[in-house]
Write a protein that binds this ligand. Structure first.
Ligand code: HEM
Length: 195
């Protein structure tokens, strides 16, 4: 029993450290003025990619658990999801501060004018109820069945994230395409489980 708890703590710390390294790295490079010619663009893009990456890692938990019997992963899913949400918030702040110059009133027009912003905003908005209901207390309060239904939103969020990415890219679609393939696999796996 104690060794199970120790394993769980170890995995948790492993994810915590690996989740925090990118932001610490970006912070240090920023401090030293080493974020390239366009630091705002760099931070916006890096946090966007990190958010999407953690989102896909969250979705990877179910197939990995079933295919390789990595039962321990289930306990770490919440942390992976929260990292995705935190990077999305940093991404939003980089956009509001860097792209919009903190002119909050210019955001609604931008949401209408640029479809990739519309899709990104919808994805981020959908993340909020999932983050709020990620605690054990909220699972109890909602009931496991309702909670599971609500948390299927994560697939819509991921589809939105990949579309958002694809709309930004102008010529080389390799990365959005790779993200789309991985997401299709996770989605297909989930649909097979529920059918
Ligand atoms: C409030 C919502 C959001 C806004 C306003 C927003 C805005 C932006 C902006 C301005 C860029 C940079 C575009 C460029 O450099 O031309 C970007 C890139 C990106 N965003 Fe978002 N985004 C939002 C939500 C999200 C979410 C929820 C995700 C992931 C789940 C995401 C993933 C990405 C990715 C992967 C990129 C491209 C990174 C790259 O070019 O390497 N975004 N976003």
């Amino acid at each position: 029993m104690n060794s199970l708890r120790a394993d769980s703590q170890f995995h948790r710390h492993l994810i915590l450290v690996n989740g925090l390294i990118p932001i610490l790295w970006i912070g240090m490079d920023g401090w030293q003025g080493q974020l390239g010619a366009n630091p705002v663009e760099f931070v916006t893009r890096a946090t966007g990619i990190l958010s999407l990456l953690f989102l896909l890692l969250t979705l990877a938990v179910t197939p990995l658990r079933h295919l390789f019997h990595w039962i321990w992963l289930i306990k770490q899913r919440r942390l992976l999801g929260l990292f995705s949400f935190c990077y999305a918030i940093l991404h939003l702040l980089a956009y509001v501060g860097g792209d919009r110059g903190w002119q909050l009133l210019s955001i609604p027009a931008d949401i209408i004018r640029r479809p990739f912003i519309t899709v990104g905003m919808i994805s981020l908005l959908f993340m909020v109820p999932l983050a709020i209901t990620s605690t054990h207390a909220m699972i109890k309060r909602l009931g496991v069945k309702q909670w599971k239904i609500l948390h299927r939103l994560v697939y819509i969020i991921a589809i939105g994230g990949v579309i958002h990415y694809a709309l930004i890219v102008k010529s080389d679609f390799t990365y959005p395409f790779l993200f789309a393939i991985v997401l299709t696999f996770f989605l297909g796996y989930r649909l097979r489980l529920t059918s």
